[in-house]
Design a protein around this ligand. Structure first.
Ligand code: FAD
Length: 407
């Protein structure tokens, strides 16, 4: 029996990576009270990264996406409410409102509703226009691409758009990527890396159009072309919008939780007494980066934050405030035969030092330095270096130390 004041009835909202790792951690930490998992999607939690890579390419099947494959789901004793969205929250009375008209009372709440993909406005009725976030999105795009050689136009050269471009190109489609910025990915990985990634796609025959916006999409029942702001008309059978996501937190409007580009947490994942948040839906000040408030849309982050938030929730007032959630963000992306990996916080104003390798060979490491401290690193086909750098960033290493250690 938990001490008085600690939660006995926990609801996890969002049945995906962060939510599932919170559920696992709650039970692993010994929580034996009522545990409810609410998820808008009808599925048990599944993995999203393969949706733009091996699953889209048809190299892995649905079973490989299952995030619960190694869990004894029955032993977790969950009240599962899948296919039902949370629609509102009453913080004072500790009530969660669901789309099926029912209410759930809770004394511990985990908000893990992730992010929603932005779709191209005005194209809802047009066949051949896709965005990619869910299993259904991936199935629809995969089925369409299987229909024969397509002229694919990807709008937005973010990581997911570029992964779709690579997958489609390797499958033999004619692929164009359109990006409004003069260099892709500058905000997340810097100028040199962004230029190199654009070149990687050109190496493989992708037509990469940079510094040009989209004026409109043409087509009656199905898309036929994309019109660009410079007057170009790109014939298209398939258009994939890779124009980012927004945190899925609109259901919290009026709840009293602080929401600003995600649920605002303190440095321990706490959003309000008895409420924690995790994953793509959460912002938090990261002590490792001078309390920069960040919202991180990475797989590894959703796992770590989901588990940390669960422990935080169970501890209640007994938590040591000095124990902060202060990760070195990490993500990877697979494009063609290259593994791209980034750690830390890369910013456009950082000094960039090239370590080991050569961008021209599509095999290199960059180290990103701010005020003498190494704050980030990027590697293309250099996993060992990147993982070493992750540890050094956590230790607040300066450039001299990094040079010595990587020599
Ligand atoms: C195609 C694709 C490829 C990716 N590839 C990579 C990669 O290579 N590397 C990497 O690091 N990261 C990658 N990511 C990012 C990674 O998958 C996400 O960071 C991760 O899924 C975030 O997990 P989450 O649980 O916070 O949110 P989500 O996965 O977005 O899950 C949130 C869940 O909450 C549900 N929900 C939303 N609103 C409500 C509501 N009101 N009530 C109930 N449920 C609700 C949603 O339906 C969803 O199931 C990729 C993402 C995508 C889409």
């Amino acid at each position: 029996m938990a001490p008085a004041g600690l939660p006995r009835r926990i609801v996890v909202v969002g049945a995906s990576l962060a939510g599932w790792n919170a559920v696992r951690a709650l039970r692993a930490e010994g929580f034996d009270g009522e545990l409810t998992l609410v998820g808008e999607e009808p599925h048990l939690p599944y993995d999203r990264p393969p949706l733009s890579k091996d699953y889209l390419a048809g190299r892995v099947d649905r079973g490989r996406l299952d995030l619960t494959a190694h869990d004894d789901v029955d032993a977790l004793a969950l009240d599962r409410r899948l296919g039902i969205a949370a629609t509102g929250l009453d913080l004072g009375d500790r009530i969660l409102r669901l789309g099926d008209g029912t209410d759930l009372s809770w004394d511990g709440l985990v908000v893990a509703t992730g992010a929603r993909v932005r779709r191209l406005p005005g194209t809802e009725a047009l066949a051949g226009v896709f965005a990619l976030r869910t299993l259904e999105d991936a199935d629809a795009l995969r089925a369409d691409l299987a229909g024969g050689p397509r002229r694919v136009v990807v709008l937005g050269a973010g990581f997911i758009g570029l992964e779709v471009a690579a997958t489609a190109r390797l499958a033999g489609h004619d692929v164009t990527v359109v990006e409004a910025a003069p260099t892709p990915l500058v905000r997340s990985v810097g100028e040199l890396v962004g230029r190199t990634v654009a070149e990687l796609h050109r190496d493989h025959g992708v037509d990469v159009r940079l510094g040009v916006g989209v004026e409109g999409i043409e087509g009656e029942a199905r898309v036929t072309a994309v019109r660009l702001a410079d007057g170009t008309r790109l014939p298209a059978d398939v258009v994939v919008a890779g124009i980012g996501v927004v945190p899925a937190v609109d259901w919290l409007d009026g709840s009293g939780l602080a929401v600003d580009n995600g649920v605002r947490c303190d440095g321990t994942c706490l959003a309000a007494p008895g409420v924690v948040a995790a994953g793509d839906a959460a912002t938090f000040p990261n002590a490792l980066f001078d309390d920069e408030v960040m919202r991180v849309e990475h797989w590894d982050h959703a796992i770590a934050m989901g588990a940390f938030a669960a422990r935080r929730l169970l501890a209640g007032d007994g938590w040591d405030p000095a124990e902060r959630f202060a990760p070195v963000p990490f993500f990877w992306s697979d494009q063609y035969d290259r593994k791209l990996q980034s750690v830390g916080r890369i910013g456009p104003g950082d000094e960039v030092e090239l370590f080991d390798g050569d961008p021209a060979e599509r095999r290199f490491v960059t180290v990103h330095v701010r005020d003498g401290r190494v704050v980030g690193a990027f590697g293309m086909n250099r996993p060992r270096h990147v993982m070493r750098l992750r540890g050094l960033i956590a230790e607040r290493a300066d450039l001299d130390r990094v040079r010595t250690e990587l020599a």
